[in-house]
Design a protein around this ligand. Sequence first.
Ligand code: 1CP
Length: 342
Amino acid sequence: MTFFSDTLLGQETSHTRPPFWLMRQAGRYLPEYREVRAKAGGFIKLCLTPELAAEVTLQPIRRFGFDAAILFSDILMVPHGLGQKLWFAEGEGPRLEPVTDPAALDLAGIETALEPIYTTVRTVRAALPNDVELIGFAGSPWTVACYMVEGQGGGEFTAIKALSYTDPAKLQAIIDVLVEASILYLTRQIQAGAGVIQLFDSWAGNLSARQFATWVIEPTARIVSALKAKFPHVGIIGFPRLAGGNLLAYAAETGVDGLGLDTGVPLDWAVKAVPHHITLQGNLDPLLLAAGGPALDQGIDDILTASKQRPFIFNLGHGIIPSTPPENVAHVAERVKFGKAA
Ligand code: 1CP
């Protein structure tokens, strides 16, 4: 067990600081990532070539000394594994051929097409120091379904919202495949060496309470309970981004050990309101990390203050943006990990 995992599971540790990692800690803000990315010949190739994916997973650990590495992959590798056509248009983000027939999705691909990802996990675990955790991940069914139904991200998700109201049985069939696929996929990651799991629900924010219960809480709870039954010591972090007033129901009903907070969640509120058996994670503004300067130090201080009140993992409120100067990330590491003054 690592310091990171112990904190997530609410166990006592001998550390006086929170463990830290940053969402999208591997990626385009790092010149060494851009170099490997250029060599890989495409983003999907990068995700499915174990030597390269392992290398970019390890790059930020070497540079900044995070307490956890996160497998380098993408939430859209699950639809890819299920046989849906996926490609990354240069400078435009992901594109998929919108799913029309849920019965055509093939669960076997999670074992076969995604096999290289499990090799990456094994390679990374073998290369990491024992006290550095390895986080495996998947997108939550709702967020992955958003891309599968729309064929892309970034918009208002009108097609999936329409489907949820006009043909909920069809959306349920897609979600059910994704629940099974996620359980298989995460089981394989854990067996290969992932000691913590994060479920990314980036698009959890555009749902009514009723829809949130059906499309976010219920499928997430099924994944968590299946994994917990097999792997009780693997902590699970849920990140229901922009969930707003639905956040407390998520915390109470999904069974997650940790709750990822987006930038808009007031920490002093979360420290009091979220059930105390849950470890909080977050929530420095990625744009503040990119901006740097005295405001960044104030943002770091706010999180360090909150982290003294209950088990806490230092992170951003969403992923690092590509224009972030790596020296700003080094500054966060020095302050959080080595206690350097502002
Ligand atoms: O060209 C490139 O290098 C591609 C950029 C990129 C990267 C670096 C994409 C495309 N994905 C990733 C890696 C990635 N994605 C990781 C790796 C581990 C890490 O260092 O954190 C993880 C965990 C993800 C997860 C992911 N992918 C999410 C959930 C988190 C979030 O940011 O909200 C989502 C929504 C995606 C979809 C996706 N993949 C890539 C992009 C640009 C996007 C977002 C598109 C959109 O805005 O809809």
